[in-house]
Design a protein around this ligand. Sequence first.
Ligand SMILES: [Fe+2]
Length: 357
Amino acid sequence: MVTTVASRVESLSSSGIHTIPKEYIRPQEELTSIGDVFEEEKNIAGPQVPTIDLRDINSEDKQVRENCHQELNKAATDWGVMHLVNHGISFDLIDRVREAGKAFFELPIEEKEKHANDQASGKIQGYGSKLANNASGQLEWEDYFFHLVYPEDKRDLSIWPKTPSDYTEATSEYARQLRSLATKILSVLSIGLGLDEGRLEKEVGGIEELLLQMKINYYPKCPQPELALGVEAHTDVSALTFILHNMVPGLQLFYKGKWVTAKCVPNSIIMHIGDTIEILSNGKYKSILHRGLVNKEKVRISWAVFCEPPKEKIILKPLPETVSETEPPLFPPRTFSQHIEHKLFRKSQDALLSKEG
Ligand SMILES: [Fe+2]
């Protein structure tokens, strides 16, 4: 058995190398679509990720409220990703979350290693980097910190950073507020499918079982950003994903056959519809393919919170109300963990085929 020791991308980046190791170089066919992210961000031609204003999500005025719901549902149907503004989470709290995560990543690597995860033994929470898990040995240009943040009784606070001192309090409060926001969003998405407002919330596990997992992604400066990706193209398996970042561009969405670079919208939270909601809605709401670019000038940090159903307890399949004679189910019944397995299997099959081909 070959054991792989994860090396930190941060160490590579700060070592002063001018060329990146081959494991980080994307396949030839992918390189043609990777451009300079700052140039891409300036591009205002063509489709743009929608911005949804949530100010009126609970308005007393029915018409005003319904207009807001319609906008959100349209973005979820058309794009499956959006910038949320007036989301109700204070800028002060968001700044504290970002300061705390940034301060953790500014600790010396030896300090961060004390929080290292151990994927081989199933300890997935903590500080980590991607391990090469397929024949191609392909790696991504990022280190991360991953941990469960909600429900509170399922947290393992022993692995949370103690430095900076505000980390636990700021991150916990942010998780609580995101949990309420997730309920509101799920209720609007339910209404959009003609369901009772509490239905999707219930279908993904409710307050007890829906898990919020935070992944802080740290993308060091990359000497050859045109050859690498911070995160390779994927769709999120979650129900919903909420993302903050440090205003350095990087996220790209594959929309109508083209990569679209997300603009940095001040005071917004990016929200993805994940596979789980795509499956439950029988494809009415989209889980969009996306990836992360890196650059040579600025460190990018993003804070993704994945809202996920329990791994085994729930069978995910299109809700009966979303299926008809003309709209047959697009997804077979699978638990969340079977869905993840299925994606990994398909990916390894694709890798094998491309090697043979
Ligand atoms: Fe993602």
